[in-house]
Design a protein around this ligand. Structure first.
Ligand SMILES: Nc1ncnc2c1ncn2[C@@H]1O[C@H](COP(=O)(O)OP(=O)(O)OP(=O)(O)O)[C@@H](O)[C@H]1O
Length: 253
């Protein structure tokens, strides 16, 4: 699959960066201590770490959603403007509305804002995601991977500076995963993306910057080499980075 240059360019300049610093706890139990997460302006920042480490909680904090946690810190956009209202968030659960068909679900952001959905763009995106023959199906008639692609389409329709993706490709087969990574990289060019993933190769292909959560700490790892996104999966440096990252994930803390 290839994507036209016109579609990969952002009409305006690169989105600003974002910095989160502080501590997160549930009651008296610390989840994250003295963390600093710096998102690459207009690029992809990848966040890895074991299940339960606090990745989704960080995303929800940036999205301004309730987490049930106590956050003692700050979240600031590098342009000094409010972060609120500039975030698109794709949760682990696809959160598709069961009473709308796939096309309606992809259009829901525009409808909620009282805008007329750009149906041509929506259908083109649905087609690119390989879902054209499912456009009029409700979520209950879609497979897990199809639902996840529908949620990706809905997120890609949002024109936001910050795009937070919580394991967006986890339910996809290998071919679809690689295709969707390519598509997302093209569609989100210039946006500031925070990607939570358990897949070291995904970080190796997409990351401008890679963070790892360990215990209550957040570590900035060395940068993958080569221009992101998106690095070829068979590039020796990308393969080596993915392998080294996997070894790091498997190392005892
Ligand atoms: N409301 C809550 N009260 C207490 N603890 C909570 C609450 N919500 C989440 N937690 C705990 O916070 C920790 C972090 O959860 P979070 O969902 O952020 O992890 P994660 O790194 O995204 O995990 P995964 O990779 O499995 O999605 C978990 O141990 C979870 O049990």
């Amino acid at each position: 699959m290839t994507y036209g240059a016109a579609e990969t360019k952002r009409a305006r300049g690169s989105a600003p960066g974002l910095t989160l610093t502080g501590d997160v706890r549930f009651g008296t139990v610390p989840l994250l201590e003295e963390v600093t997460l710096d998102l690459v302006p207009g690029g992809w920042t990848c966040l890895l770490g074991p299940s339960g480490a606090g990745k989704s909680t960080l995303l929800r904090l940036i999205a301004g959603l309730d987490t049930g946690s106590q956050f003692d810190g700050s979240i600031a956009a590098s342009d000094g403007q409010d972060v609120e209202g500039r975030v698109a968030y794709m949760a682990q659960d696809d959160l598709l509305l069961p009473w709308l068909d796939l096309r309606g679900n992809v259009a829901v952001g525009a409808r909620l804002r009282g805008e007329r959905p750009d149906q041509v763009r929506i259908d083109r995106l649905i087609d690119r995601l390989g879902l054209a023959q499912h456009a009029t199906k409700r979520p209950s008639k879609l497979s897990g991977g199809q639902r996840q692609r529908a949620a990706i389409a809905r997120t890609l329709m949002e024109d936001k500076d910050y795009v937070l993706l919580d394991e967006p490709f986890s339910a996809l087969d290998a071919r679809n995963r690689a295709d969707m990574q390519d598509l997302a990289a093209a569609q989100l060019a210039g946006r500031t993306v925070l990607l939570v993933t358990h897949d070291p190769m995904e970080a190796a292909r997409l990351g401008h910057k890679v963070y790892l959560m360990e215990g209550t700490r957040l570590h900035l790892l060395p940068k993958p080499s080569g221009p992101p996104p998106i690095r070829p999966a068979d590039d020796p440096d990308t393969l080596a980075y993915g392998a080294a990252l996997l070894a790091r994930l498997r190392a005892p803390e």
